[in-house]
Write a protein that binds this ligand. Sequence first.
Ligand SMILES: Nc1ncnc2c1ncn2[C@@H]1O[C@H](COP(=O)(O)OP(=O)(O)O)[C@@H](O)[C@H]1O
Ligand SMILES: [Mg+2]
Length: 158
Amino acid sequence: MKEMFTVQEKDMETLAQKVVHLLYTRETSKAKVVLLDGDLGSGKTTFTKELASLIGVDKDIVNSPTFILKKEYDAEHAVFKKLIHIDAYRFNTPQEGRVLRIEDDLGESDTIVAIEWPTKMKYIKPDLEIFFTIVDDDTREVTLSYEDLYKDIKYEEK
Ligand SMILES: Nc1ncnc2c1ncn2[C@@H]1O[C@H](COP(=O)(O)OP(=O)(O)O)[C@@H](O)[C@H]1O
Ligand SMILES: [Mg+2]
């Protein structure tokens, strides 16, 4: 499914709400992976701050992890207890991303993994992809792309 929104910065919270809700309804035993793609300044970190805030992480401590590559925050949310924020900008090949060793993180169902510059970590399977495009100084076009999040629910036959 693809959904497109034209947003101002103040709308980012609503968008993050929608994303948290979608991830919340996702029935998997794995971490929920959100890929954030788009040019520099298109809003990937701004979005991540709003998402962080919604799951109980102080958004003022969330910033672009460009130099640190990976940051972890404890969350306070009914379902999500941890946010991992990755910025893969500095990697040259998808293989370099493997140094982050996020395999263990990906096994934790109470974790959201948000990845900026995901083309550098292509081997990770996302639950949801977000594409940000700059329209003008204040406006961004945002496309959410995800499969039907309920598809993994197995109904037991009686
Ligand atoms: N509609 C909007 N959505 C998100 N950010 C916006 C918007 N309009 C202006 N901005 C500004 O654009 C910049 C986006 O930066 P940032 O989120 O760090 O981008 P990225 O992480 O994609 O490089 C911020 O300075 C923010 O204030
Ligand atoms: Mg950023």
